[in-house]
Design a protein around this ligand. Structure first.
Ligand SMILES: Cc1cc2nc3c(=O)[nH]c(=O)nc-3n(C[C@H](O)[C@H](O)[C@H](O)COP(=O)(O)OP(=O)(O)OC[C@H]3O[C@@H](n4cnc5c(N)ncnc54)[C@H](O)[C@@H]3O)c2cc1C
Length: 417
């Protein structure tokens, strides 16, 4: 079969690319290895799909950090506000939550996927399901020949939208890296990001499943001091939750280059400084001298956490009463709340990470078109590229914006005006 444009991968980026390409009249096909498209999309935002975030393009560029400059052009072409309008025009209104995260009004990722598939079908996009593209060859005419089992597809332009290598059970198993390598590109080594961190200390396992709603995390990565705030969750082998996922982007790079463990500090109660906590303790202990110290601080933190912290100042294994709390012990307790030390030894494996950090080298892609600088007619979209963002809708925004730009540019390439 011959097409103007083949898109490998029917995830968020591939679907969006297909719509923008087909709107120009190009004959577009999506080849998807699964029997349905958007399998990862359905998992996003715990099934609610955090579509994007509020903020200006400058805010997004800042959040994207090392890849902000590369993404700037596609963000101007398809900014977060335009993404919301895109869905609204197709009947799916969105809402903004307190933290700026944007979700569909229906709170259903399935609706996001359905809207995309309907829009693609209405614009004439064809879908080939259950076919895993295995090889890509350059055609002497300048186009591409794709092989999937016994099937062969020819196209003038090709978009690789095969995703990263995290959550491979959804279909994104890293196939795109091999395609890109075969077509002359280099790959920045894929690593886990937005993933829980594994600590040297084993005590977090005692608190597994316990969440602390507001924690400030500080870590020095190389010569950069990183701070982030948000909810934290203790896990079987360390710490997770949104605040940890966000710093995992920098930690993963560091641990990759420096195998020695990385110290990290948790401020478990950032809304009061040391002095204010001391006053709180003094007042609490004076008011309830016969209570166990863990009970006096029970309003500050989840009970399991206060019990763990209170145990750290026991000397003979017996609970300390508030009236017996020495100045040193009080300060040690407050120190543990304000600067709980932990040591990070690893990030959870890539297969379990929310996103892949690394991928097709940015420098080899033209940011104003998403076209390969090495192989004319080849375009890239989505998580396959060496770009990533923090939690909060920033990664789907990458998929939408790179997908829309790759789709428009690829259609122009195969059907020049
Ligand atoms: C649990 C979870 C929750 C998330 N929640 C959010 C969220 O709420 N907000 C947010 O912004 N981001 C979220 N993300 C990240 C976001 O889902 C991804 O960044 C985004 O889906 C990437 O889109 P993509 O199209 O590039 O790749 P994918 O969605 O992975 O799509 C790639 C597609 O290519 C297909 N494919 C791969 N190889 C081949 C081949 N050889 N032949 C044919 N088809 C192939 C795959 O089957 C797949 O369907 C979440 C990720 C996970 C894992």
């Amino acid at each position: 079969m011959t097409y103007d444009l083949c898109i490998i991968g029917g995830g968020a980026a591939g679907l969006m690319a297909s719509i923008f390409a087909a709107q120009t009249g190009a004959k577009v096909v999506i080849i998807e290895k699964n029997t349905t498209v958007g399998r990862k999309l359905l998992k996003t935002g715990r099934g609610r799909c955090n579509i994007t975030h509020t903020g200006t393009i400058d805010d997004f560029v800042r959040e994207y950090d090392f890849c902000g400059r590369f993404l700037k052009h596609c963000l101007y072409e398809f900014p977060p506000e335009a993404v919301r309008q895109f869905f609204a025009q197709k009947g799916l209104a969105t809402k903004v939550e307190k933290d700026g995260c944007v979700f569909p009004l229906t709170d259903r990722a399935a609706d996001v996927s359905r809207v995309l598939v309907d829009a693609a079908r209405r614009n004439g996009v064809q879908f080939i399901y259950g076919r895993t593209v295995e090889t890509i060859d350059k055609h002497f005419s300048g186009g591409f020949i794709l092989k999937a089992g016994a099937d062969q597809y020819e196209c003038a332009a090709l978009i690789l939208a095969t995703g990263g290598a995290s959550w491979p059970q959804t279909g994104s198993a890293g196939d795109g890296y091999n395609f890109a390598l075969a077509l002359g590109h280099s790959i920045v080594e894929p690593k886990s990001a937005l993933a829980p961190l594994i600590t040297v200390e084993t005590w977090p396992a005692e608190l597994q499943g316990v969440g602390v709603p507001d924690v400030r995390v500080s870590v020095t990565v190389g010569d950069k001091k990183i701070q982030a705030a948000g909810p934290l969750m203790f896990t079987a082998d360390g710490i997770g939750g949104p605040v940890i996922f966000d710093i995992s982007r920098a930690v993963t790079d560091y641990l990759h280059a420096h195998p020695e463990p990385l110290p990290i500090k948790l401020d478990l109660y950032p809304s009061k400084d040391f002095q204010q906590l001391e006053t709180f303790f003094l007042d609490g202990c004076a008011a309830h001298p016969k209570q166990e110290i863990a009970r006096v601080i029970t309003d500050l933190l989840p009970r399991a956490v206060t019990l763990y912290i209170a145990r750290q100042i026991q000397t003979d294994g017996r609970p300390i009463m508030a009236g017996q709390l020495s100045k040193d012990a009080r300060r040690k307790l407050i120190g543990l709340i304000k600067e709980m030390p932990l040591t990070i030894q690893a990030v959870h494996p890539l297969a379990e990470a929310t996103i892949t950090r690394g991928g097709v080298c940015q420098d080899e892609i033209e940011p104003t078109t998403m076209q390969s600088r090495l192989c004319p007619g080849l375009f890239f979209a989505g998580e396959l590229i060496d770009v990533d963002g923090p939690c909060g809708g920033y990664n789907l925004q990458i998929a939408w914006a790179t997908g829309a730009l790759a789709g428009k540019s690829a259609a122009k390439h195969c059907k020049p005006a």
